[in-house]
Design a protein around this ligand. Structure first.
Ligand SMILES: Cc1ncc(COP(=O)(O)O)c(C=O)c1O
Length: 350
């Protein structure tokens, strides 16, 4: 058949979600395991009575709530169908075909897809031997064609953070004409005081975009609510390219309800943080070189053994996320789920 779509998409990998297997424990998608926060189901059920109407396209109530919580004007906030969609919209707003996007690799697997669909060129900068962003090399990779740099902090899938001193130096060295997207999807799990809050510490820089999500610690992965904070002109440009009505009525209602549960979110995130230390310590005791994680997952750099390790986990009822030839990412679940994973890991590594 004659090609009816762009030829270059043939070379594009499809986004692979973490697998759900009936009856198995899913530790493959960096979700939190505790169910929706109190009030979310009721809030969504209420708005469903009006589901024949379009949602508020300006997402005003939710953007006002973010503005209040974050202490920024509402003009600086854009929302979208998850922060992955907002990352795509930032690129759509900043890049023309042939422009370059610099990001670390390995990092979030959506970045190459986002770059390619915009016709932009991906410039991948290998992580350091300690599985962290190499910010010096990333800065050196910036050319006159670079429009966007993405710093995933902490990094998915390795969990490694970028700390204040190196990020400040990096931002000081990046030209004003390059947008730096600080992807803070896992911010609520950060406990290291040297890891900066991108908005508090760099939010006044016109070229910094802070990307956040309610999918992870706030438990709304299935409802799709992400947001960003940027300079008003950048946020305005992003809102222009967002697919109309892409923050659904259910997502807006759920987000408003979830944000009222900050203390409960914190309590749950603290359980994950404590379990993260326990799981990592157990893996270190099994002889694995697991980097310290600031997210709700840990990384096992198993290289060619990644697939086999994941298969043994699956045979023992636990689904993890292999990255072929590179490593395995394991989401932190409930204490019982983590025990099941550690049992499986012991067998896989025996
Ligand atoms: C680094 C990072 N950014 C963004 C996202 C997207 O999250 P969402 O689109 O659910 O908000 C993810 C999800 O896994 C992620 O790992």
């Amino acid at each position: 058949m004659t090609a009816l779509t762009r030829a270059d998409l043939a070379a594009l990998p499809s986004y692979l979600p973490g697998r759900s297997v009936p009856g198995a424990i899913k530790l493959a998608s960096n979700e939190v395991p505790f169910g929706p926060l109190p009030g979310v189901v009721e809030a969504v059920t209420d708005v469903m009575l009006n589901s024949h109407r379009y949602p508020d396209m300006g997402v005003v109530a939710l953007r006002e709530k973010f503005a209040d919580r974050l202490g920024v004007p509402i003009e600086r906030i854009a929302t979208g169908c998850g922060s992955v969609a907002l990352a795509e919209h930032v690129v759509r707003a900043a890049c023309l075909p042939g422009d370059e996007i610099v990001y670390a690799w390995r990092s979030f697997e959506a970045y190459p897809i986002i770059a390619a669909t915009a016709g932009a060129t991906s410039v991948r900068v290998p992580n350091t031997a300690a599985h962290a962003h190499d910010l010096d090399a990333m800065r050196a990779a910036i050319t006159p064609r670079t429009k966007v740099v993405i710093v995933c902090n902490p990094n998915n899938p390795t969990g490694t953070p970028t700390r204040r001193a190196e990020l400040t130096e990096f931002l000081d060295g990046v030209g004003e004409g390059v947008l730096v997207v600080l992807d803070e999807a896992y911010k609520e799990f950060v406990t290291d005081p040297d890891v900066p809050d991108g908005l508090v510490e760099y939010g006044d820089r016109p070229n910094v975009v802070v990307l956040r999500t309610l999918s992870k610690a706030w438990g709304l992965a299935g409802l799709r609510a992400g947001y960003l904070v940027a300079h008003p002109e950048v946020a305005d440009a992003v809102r222009k390219v967002v697919t109309p009505f892409s923050t659904s009525a259910a997502a807006q209602a759920a987000a408003l309800a979830a944000l009222d549960q900050a203390a409960e979110m914190r309590r749950r995130a603290d359980i994950i943080v404590a379990e993260r230390t326990r799981v990592r310590d157990a893996l270190l005791a099994l002889g694995q070189d697991v980097p310290e994680s600031q997210a709700n997952f840990v990384w096992l750099p198993l290289l060619s053994e990644a697939a086999a390790f994941s298969q043994v986990c699956e045979a023992n009822g636990v689904i993890v996320r292999p990255f072929q030839g590179d490593g395995v990412r394991v989401t932190i679940g409930t204490p019982a789920e983590n025990d099941a994973f550690l049992n499986a890991a012991e067998k896989a590594l025996a």
